[in-house]
Design a protein around this ligand. Structure first.
Ligand SMILES: *Cc1c(COP(=O)(O)O)cnc(C)c1O
Length: 344
C-alpha cells in the first residue's frame, strides 16, 4: 500500500528504533530524563525561544498553550478552518472554557482589517479577547505557508492590543523549508509555538511546545493536568531528537513530489487541484469529476493507494517520508487508470 492519507502514517526507521532502544532515561515528571531534557533544550534553541516542553501530541501542545494563555470566559480569535476549531473535539471550550471566534481567511490568513475589528473593546457585554491563533502551514488550505509580512503585522497588532499569539505549527518545518526561512525567523513573531515531531519529520510520537521560560513552566503544569506527565519518556524523545537532526531538509523532497503529483492530477484526471501546492498537502476537488470523492477513495484503494476524503467534494493526498519518487510515478499511473475507467 502506498499511503498518502497523511504524513502521520510514517513508521520509525531502523536507526530511530536503535536510538529508542539505547536512549538514556529517567523520570521526566521529576525532570530527570536526560534525553527529554536534551530534546527540549535543542528544540528551544532551534526555535529561538527560552524553553520548550515535550508533549504527547499536537493537540496536547495546543491545549496546554490555550490553558496557559487564557482564562475561562475569554475568546480566542482564529480562522474558521483552524485545526483547533475543526479537529480537536471542542477541547478549547470543554477544557479551557474559551469561546472560539472564527473568521474567514485566505490560505490561513485573516485580513488585518477583519482581525482588528474582531478584537473586543472593553465593554460589560463582551468576552475579553484572550488569544490570537495562527496555523502554519495551514492544513485545510492544502498546506499553505503564512507570509512573513502577515506574521509581522499580526505580531504588531497583538502587541499593541496586549494579546498573546499562539502558532499551531504542526507543520512548521514544512513552512520553513518551503519558504526558505528559518523556524527562528517564523517563531519570532509569536509568543508560543507548537510543532509535531510525528508528521513530516517522521518520529513515531510527540510534539514540542515552546515559548518564554515562565510560559513553559506554567504549561508544564497544564500538561500534567491533561495526563501528559510521562515517566521514562526518553524512549520517545530520542527519535524526536534524531528527526530534528536529520529529517528537516529532506522535507523539500516531499514538497517536490507533491507539486509533481498535483500537476499530474490536473493534467491526467478530471479532479482539480485549485490551490498552489507549496508544501506536502494536495486538496483535489471532485466537483467536476465523473466519480464522487468516496468512489475515488475506493478506486485508488483497490489499486493499493490510500488517500482520504477531505471535504464532501474533495480528496487529500499527503506526501511523506515513506513515499518515494517511484511510488509517486506509480500513483500517477494508477490515477490515469482510474480516469480511463471512469471514461468507459
Ligand atoms: C495534526 C495537526 C494537529 C494535531 O496533532 P496531533 O499530534 O494529531 O494531535 C494540530 N494542528 C494541525 C494543523 C495539524 O495538522
Amino acid at each position: 500500500m502506498i499511503d498518502l492519507r497523511s504524513d502521520t502514517v510514517t513508521k520509525p526507521s531502523q536507526i530511530m528504533r536503535d536510538v529508542m532502544a539505547k536512549a538514556d532515561v529517567g523520570d521526566d515528571v521529576y525532570g530527570e530524563d536526560p534525553t527529554v531534557n536534551e530534546l527540549e533544550r535543542y528544540a528551544a534553541e532551534l526555535l529561538g525561544k527560552e524553553a520548550a516542553l515535550f508533549v504527547t501530541s499536537g493537540t496536547q501542545g495546543n491545549q496546554a498553550a490555550i490553558l496557559t494563555h487564557t482564562r475561562p470566559g475569554q475568546e480566542a480569535i482564529m480562522d474558521e478552518d483552524a485545526h483547533v476549531f475543526v479537529y480537536e473535539g471542542a477541547a478549547i471550550s470543554a477544557f479551557a472554557g474559551v469561546q472560539s471566534r472564527t473568521l474567514p481567511h485566505i490560505r490561513g490568513e485573516i485580513s488585518m482589517e477583519t482581525l482588528k475589528e474582531a478584537i473586543r473593546a472593553d465593554d460589560v457585554h463582551y468576552p475579553e479577547t484572550g488569544l490570537i491563533w495562527l496555523e502554519n502551514t495551514h492544513n485545510r488550505s492544502g498546506g499553505a505557508v503564512l507570509n512573513q509580512t502577515y506574521l509581522k503585522d499580526v505580531h504588531l497588532l497583538a502587541k499593541q492590543s496586549r494579546i498573546p499569539v499562539h502558532m499551531d505549527g504542526a507543520r512548521l518545518f514544512n513552512a520553513a523549508v518551503a519558504s526558505n526561512t528559518s523556524v527562528r525567523d517564523i517563531a519570532q513573531y509569536v509568543d508560543s509555538v507548537q510543532f509535531c515531531l510525528s508528521k513530516g519529520l517522521g518520529a513515531p510520537v510527540g510534539s514540542i511546545l515552546a515559548g518564554e521560560q515562565t510560559f513553559i513552566e506554567k504549561a508544564r503544569k497544564k500538561r500534567k493536568m491533561l495526563g501528559g506527565g510521562l515517566r521514562q519518556a526518553g524512549i520517545l524523545a530520542a527519535p524526536g531528537l534524531l528527526a530534528l537532526k536529520s529529517n528537516i531538509q529532506r522535507l523539500a523532497e516531499d514538497h517536490d513530489q507533491a507539486k509533481r503529483l498535483a500537476e499530474a492530477i490536473n493534467t491526467y484526471t478530471d479532479l482539480s487541484v485549485n490551490h498552489e501546492v507549496e508544501t506536502n498537502i494536495i486538496v483535489a476537488d471532485t466537483h467536476e469529476s465523473k466519480m464522487t470523492a468516496p468512489e475515488w477513495v475506493n478506486a485508488m484503494n483497490e489499486k493499493d493507494v490510500a488517500i482520504i476524503q477531505y471535504k464532501p467534494e474533495a480528496l487529500r493526498f499527503t506526501t511523506n517520508l515513506d513515499v518515494s519518487k517511484k511510488d509517486i510515478d506509480a500513483v500517477i499511473e494508477k490515477l490515469k487508470d482510474c480516469s480511463r475507467k471512469a471514461d468507459d
